[in-house]
Structure formats: structure tokens, C-alpha cells
Design a binder for this molecule. Structure first.
Ligand SMILES: [Zn+2]
Length: 617
């Protein structure tokens, strides 16, 4: 789902306020207490819809198995105020009760575990569809609310319906955009019956939908990695076909890019496409997202959901960033690869959005509040940055491999954040508990202060950080720093883990004019300061200080100790080791070979001198 218009400078269009108009913002969207008792493996659905009339008449047949012994009920979600005509097994009416927007059907018998059953529900309702006009013509779709109203169905995040056949009766001349494959359109009694068939597991949250109007269907195709051609179908308003052709032309390139990085398009034996409709946002309907507007980012975002959100669905509403944050990030990756000049702007706008408030976590703490679940700043934008920083933390190859492994591991199923963390840790060898504590559960972001000065052939840096929210005590991050003089002359990534940590970088004979912090925006941060410090070093007789030998292996001797009490050995990698001076002698035991900056301090920790030293094996 896509909540906003991405055009830079335009106001965010709040999809929620449109979509959920009239719906309580605290509606729990997972309320089916008995969902885990059954496994629905097939739905045979028949509906009649005329786009000119906001009304649906339908009959749905459920095929399910019991997951428990002595099952005697089947519970489906359906608003209490919507009419049910009958519920039957064969010709036998089944009794049922309704409350809390659930129908509890008495099976009239007791099922053993793994035993099959079938029943059908006939229903009709008014006003439950999204109905709009385009060029004066009605367009109707089933995604009026996330609290799905267009058919009684079992909704949960543990059971996908494995297979669906959907027959839609419409007036002639109307075309239906639906999930999977269009098996045919048949004319019976002056009406058209459209048969859509989907043979992949589908979450029944908001991925099984229809949109109907006098569409013009534009066909394209894309060469998949396995060498087959995937058909692309664009269900467009006749008056929009020409205007949308330029934006839609990016679709094959984006799909190939996603296949290269995230594995095969999950519904390759069916189709991909888009259906235009008149809404403020877009919705990732499986195999055919519904689009209220088209641009590169929203085309990519909804397509990305086919991997993150649809084929692999978040296993809890707390983890919805795995769908929305990842889709947002994949759209960003498509921008980085295919429209690189826009990539920096995307990252900047995300940082500005996230840091517009000091707190808030990607983890959804209140899963009964749709406004919290679909929070644009946190679920989408901070979810984007969570993914971006994971990529930075573990590296490109580990990140993309972990994504592919996770998608494969949970193919056609559900995944939690912990599962994704496990895959990232398995391929990178890096423990990410601290990272997820800070960036997924924790709130806010760091602001960095970097003090630096040049001493001969080295730049010394002291890196500090404050947190915008007290839930995170410190953001331990790899911090990229570059030294600049008419261009970058040195760049290093420092493992920054504590306050006032000192680092040094070797810059040779260059006189550094500027230190650059995180030029590529890998870290979510704001209000960073870079300060060139000039420390007055007491000259005294320190100018005559000589260190020998240099290069050294096991120890160094100082010609003149003066007030020097302790020496910090700062390696170019950022490691800083302090050694006490004992009788002009300092041991080098335990120091790795390399170039060091030596910072001499007196008893009061004041810096009294600096030198360079090469440590050899
Ligand atoms: Zn989305």
C-alpha cells in the first residue's frame, strides 16, 4: 500500500483518511479468535457487481481442513450489519450466530484434525464498495476499507487461502481486474461472467480484490530471468492510456531489477499488471496492484510488495515494516539503480520525514490502531531506513543474500522480524540484537558532533553523539568519514561505539580542508556538527621530543618525558589504545602493525604533544 504521492515538494496525500473514512481508527483488524482452528485451502467465489450500483450479491464456498480435534465451528469475519441470506452445507442450512463482526457457524458435527469440510455462504450488501467516477463513468473496487466488507472471509496472519476461483458477473462492456489469470469472459443472459483464477496462496487481509469499469487493457511483457516471458496487463481508463504510457514503460526494467536482487517474480506462471482506480493511494493487490496515481516510485513500491508483503506476508501487524518499509526501500533501490540522479533526494526526504519528530519506533506497539500500523513516518520511512542501515551494517552481498534466503524460506507464507534478523546474522556472521534494539524497537535517531584536527600526516577525530529519544542509550554504528582537500584524499569507516571515541586517519602530506561525515547518507541522523579544533599545545621543551626507534616493534623510548603521563596510540582503523609511560619507556605489546598517531597527555589529561609512529611486526 502506498500512502503518499512521491512527487517532491507536494503534500503527503493521506490515504488513510480517505480509505478509513467512517471506520473507527481503533478497529482491530485481526479479531478472528478462531482463525487458527482451520486451514482454508480453496475458495470458490461468485459475485455480481454493476459499477453503477454500490452493491454486491455473492456466494462463496469454503473448502477447509480442521487443525484441531473436535472442531465444531467455523468463524469468519463479516460486519454484523451486513445481510447473510443463508449458510449451508449442501442443501442443509447451518445455524450461526453473529457478534463483534464475526459469524460463528455451527458445523453441526465434530471434525477430527485434518478432516475436510465444505460450506457455502450467500450474502448481499450495499454501500460496501469503493465507488468513484472517471470521465463521468463509474469505477468500483472492493478495497473500500481494510476491514474487508465485500465478502465474509476468514482473515488472519497465519493462514493463506491456497487457491481461489472467482466468477464476477457484470453488465456487458465492463472489465474486471483481478488476481491471477483471466480464464475467460462468457456472455450469459446479456451479462458478462469473468472467471479469474489464482493458484498461489494469498493472504486475505487486503490482497484479494476486484476493480471494475470500462477498462482499456494494455498488454506488455517482460523477459524473466528463467528465460520465459511474463505477460503484463495494464487495466487503464480509456482516457488515460496515452498519458500513462511513459511511466508504465519503466515496469519491465524494475521487475528485472527486482528479480536480479530478490529472486524470481513469485507469480511468474500467472501475470503482473496494474489496475487504475480513483483513490488517493495505491494497494498491492496480488499480481495486480490498484493505482490511484502512477509514478516511478509508486510503480516500484507496489511491485516490490509482490515479494515483500504478498508472497511473504508479515506474520504480525507489529512487523508490517517487512511489507511497507521493505517495499519503500525496494522502490528506493530501483531509483538508485535505474534513476541514480534522484537517489540522494529520496534519502534526504526520508530523513526529513523521520526526524520531523524525535521519537517513534518501526515496531508497531499498538496493533489495534490502523493509524499506528500504517504510520507513514515510521512504518514506511523509518522502515526504509532500517533496511538501508542493515545493508550498511552487513554489506551489500550479505544484505541481498539474506533477503533472498528469507523470501525463499518463507515462500508463500508469513515471516516475522526475528526471522529476517536470523537470516541477516546467518549470512553476515554479525550479531544484530543491539542493532534491532536500537533501530527497530528503540525510538529516535542520533545527532553527531565530530571534532577534528590535523597533526602532521594524520587527522585525529573525536566522535560524540546525542540521542533524540531516551529509549536508546547509544547508537553503535559504522561511521563513514572522508578527509577532503580538492577532493576526497582518504576515507574510512570507523566503528563508533562510545562517547568521545578517538580515531585517526592517515592523510599523508595533504593539508585537509574539510572532514565529510556520511556523504552517502547511510545513517539516519540529523543536526550533525563537524568542528575543526585547534588545541594549543604547550611548546615547552616538547618540540625537542624524540621517539625511537621509529618504526618500532616491541617498545619505544622517549628522549624527554617532561609532563607526559600517558600516550594514546590511535590506529588508522579507529582503534585507540592507551599506555602509561614508565621511566621514558612504553611497551608496544598487543599493538597491531600499522600507522599510528600518538597523542601524549599529562596527568590532567591535557594534550601536550603529538607524533606519528609506525609499528612493525
Ligand atoms: Zn505499500
Amino acid at each position: 500500500m502506498n500512502l503518499r504521492n512521491y512527487l517532491p515538494g507536494l503534500l503527503v496525500i493521506n490515504f488513510l483518511s480517505i480509505t478509513f473514512n467512517g471506520l473507527s481508527q481503533t478497529t482491530p483488524i485481526t479479531r478472528n479468535f478462531a482463525a487458527a482452528e482451520t486451514d482454508v485451502y480453496y475458495q470458490d467465489m461468485h459475485v455480481e457487481i454493476d459499477p453503477a450500483i454500490n452493491k454486491v450479491a455473492g456466494e462463496i464456498t469454503y473448502y477447509f481442513t480442521s487443525r484441531i480435534d473436535q472442531l465444531n465451528r467455523f468463524v469468519v469475519d463479516y460486519a454484523d450489519n451486513l445481510p447473510i441470506l443463508f449458510i449451508r452445507r449442501g442443501n442443509t442450512d447451518l445455524s450461526y450466530s453473529r457478534s463483534d463482526d464475526l459469524i460463528t457457524i455451527d458445523l453441526g458435527k465434530s471434525l477430527m484434525i485434518d478432516e475436510h469440510d465444505t460450506l457455502n455462504i450467500s450474502y448481499e450488501s450495499e454501500g460496501t464498495l469503493r465507488q468513484e467516477l472517471h470521465a463521468g463513468t463509474p469505477v468500483i473496487s472492493t478495497d473500500k476499507d481494510l476491514d474487508i466488507l465485500w465478502y465474509p472471509g476468514k482473515r488472519d496472519l497465519a493462514d493463506k487461502v491456497d487457491s481461489v476461483d472467482l466468477y464476477v458477473t457484470t453488465p456487458p462492456g465492463q472489465y474486471v481486474a483481478g488476481n491471477g489469470t483471466l480464464k475467460g469472459i462468457e456472455e450469459i443472459g446479456g451479462k458478462w461472467i469473468h472467471h479469474w483464477q489464482h493458484r498461489h496462496p494469498i493472504a486475505t487481509t487486503y490482497l484479494l480484490e476486484l476493480a471494475i469499469t470500462n477498462y482499456t487493457i494494455v498488454q506488455d511483457s517482460v523477459l524473466l530471468k528463467d528465460g520465459t516471458m511474463l505477460p503484463l496487463y495494464y487495466y487503464l481508463y480509456p482516457e488515460s492510456v496515452t498519458a500513462l504510457s511513459t511511466e508504465l514503460a519503466a515496469t519491465p526494467d524494475i521487475l528485472q531489477f527486482f528479480e536480479n536482487h530478490f529472486g524470481p517474480y513469485p507469480f511468474a506462471d500467472e501475470k503482473y499488471g496494474y489496475a487504475q482506480y480513483t483513490a488517493g493511494g495505491a494497494l498491492e493487490v496480488q499480481t495486480i496492484p490498484f493505482m490511484g496515481f502512477f509514478n516511478f516510485e509508486v510503480i516500484a513500491h507496489e511491485m516490490a510488495h509482490q515479494w515483500f508483503g504478498n508472497n511473504v506476508t508479515f506474520g504480525s501487524w507489529s512487523d508490517i515494516w517487512l511489507s511497507e518499509g521493505m517495499a519503500e526501500y525496494l522502490a528506493g533501490l530501483a531509483t538508485e539503480a535505474l534513476r541514480p540522479s534522484a537517489w540522494n533526494t529520496v534519502k534526504t526526504s526520508k530523513i526529513n520525514s523521520i526526524t520531523s519528530q524525535p521519537g517513534g519506533s518501526v515496531h508497531v506497539n499498538d496493533t489495534t490502531d490502523l493509524g499506528v500500523i500504517f504510520n507513514g513516518r515510521l512504518t514506511y520511512d523509518k522502515g526504509f531506513y532500517l533496511a538501508h542501515m542493515l545493508r550498511w551494517e552487513v554489506g551489500d552481498s550479505a544484505f541481498f543474500l539474506a533477503c533472498r534466503n528469507s523470501l525463499q524460506d518463507h515462500d508463500a507464507s508469513f515471516a516475522r522480524t526475528r526471522d529476517f534478523q536470523d537470516h541477516l546474522e546467518a549470512v553476515s556472521g554479525i550479531t544484530l540484537d543491539e542493532f534491532f534494539d536500537d533501530w527497530f524497537y528503540g525510538e529516535g535517531y542520533p545527532s553527531y558532533t565530530i571534532n577534528w584536527e590535523q597533526q602532521q600526516d594524520s587527522v585525529i577525530l573525536w566522535i560524540d553523539q546525542v540521542q533524540s529519544d531516551p529509549s536508546v542509550s547509544y547508537f553503535e554504528m559504522p561511521v563513514p568519514i572522508a578527509a577532503y582537500r580538492f577532493g576526497v584524499v582518504a576515507d574510512t569507516v570507523f566503528q563508533h561505539t562510545y562517547e568521545h571515541q578517538r580515531f585517526a586517519m592517515y592523510v599523508g602530506t595533504n593539508t585537509i580542508s574539510q572532514i565529510l561525515f556520511d556523504q552517502d547518507k547511510w545513517i539516519l541522523s540529523k543536526g550533525n556538527k563537524i568542528i575543526k579544533v585547534i588545541t594549543a599545545i604547550p611548546s615547552l621543551d616538547m618540540d625537542s621530543l624524540v621517539i625511537y626507534p621509529n618504526p618500532a616493534s616491541h617498545f619505544i623510548e622517549l628522549s624527554n618525558v617532561g609532563s607526559i603521563d600517558e600516550i594514546d596510540f590511535i590506529h588508522a582503523s579507529g582503534i585507540c589504545i592507551s599506555r602509561v609511560v614508565t621511566d621514558k619507556h612504553v611497551s608496544l605489546e598487543g599493538l597491531l602493525p600499522g600507522q599510528y598517531t600518538l597523542v601524549m597527555r599529562d596527568r590532567n589529561n591535557a594534550i601536550v604533544s603529538r607524533h606519528s609512529l609506525i609499528v612493525q611486526q
